[in-house]
Design a protein around this ligand. Structure first.
Ligand code: HEC
Length: 202
């Protein structure tokens, strides 16, 4: 289902991209296709249409990249229960679901190893403790072209991710988290052995 909606989003992005180009008075895709068929496509036109495509659709490109280059995280749940989370974190979760799913599913951050505290890390692919880790990641994602997260939303999203990582991955829930994350890694290794080695080593 998720893959299907990602594909639909990608197709919409293409449609919007084409509409933009047409309204700018450039060649319509059909005209370009015909010229390509006739062999009358000027080199400059090929160059600019390729460059324009890349510039217009960074989110579509990121989506395609996410499907081709998955993480173990991607195969876990795409939502969490926020019952009992403080109001700011609940608001952050809403924006997180709306905005952090433009280029990959919510599963990628939700099932990541990152825990925002300063405890010692003993197994970095399972429970990576680092104070400020979610602020660092949200900043990094916001720097990607096309990211729709606004500075006003960022604080709440970070607050949600920090709180959520502590609630679900530490204390009484630490053992259950570790077991789930190890299972995700083991399943991923079977399904995508090359990608597994690239990301997590042996
Ligand atoms: C514009 C596209 C885009 C948006 C929007 C986006 N991401 Fe990403 N994200 C990516 C891409 C591409 C990767 C893989 C490459 C990388 O890590 O930079 C990624 C990877 C990740 C990873 C895995 C990194 C790792 O090394 O473990 C996490 C976690 C993540 N994103 C969290 C988020 C969060 C949280 C948000 C919302 C604040 C978000 N992303 C929004 C494109 C995006």
């Amino acid at each position: 289902m998720r893959t299907k909606s990602l594909i639909i989003a990608a197709l919409c992005a293409v449609a919007v991209g084409c509409a933009n180009r047409a309204s700018e008075g450039k060649k319509l895709p059909l005209e370009l296709a015909q010229m390509a068929k006739n062999g009358t496509l000027p080199y400059a036109q090929k160059e600019t249409s390729a460059a324009a495509g890349a510039a217009v659709d960074p989110v579509k490109a990121a989506l395609e990249q996410s499907l081709k280059e998955p993480y173990a995280n991607d195969f876990g749940p795409e939502s969490v229960s926020i019952a009992g989370y403080p109001a700011k974190e609940q608001e952050g979760y809403k924006n997180f679901l709306a905005k952090c799913t433009q280029c990959h599913s919510a599963a990628r951050p939700l099932n990541a190893q990152y825990i925002d505290d300063n405890a010692a890390t003993t197994d970095k692919w399972v429970s990576h403790h680092e104070s400020g880790v979610w602020k660092r990641f949200v900043k990094r994602m916001m720097a990607k072209p096309g990211c729709a997260v606004t500075p006003e939303e960022a604080g709440g999203i970070v607050a949600f991710l920090v709180h959520d990582s502590k609630v679900r991955k530490t204390g009484a829930n630490a053992a259950a988290w570790k077991a789930r994350r190890k299972k995700l890694l083991a399943d991923f290794k079977k399904k995508h052995p090359k990608r597994y080695t690239l990301l997590y080593g042996n």
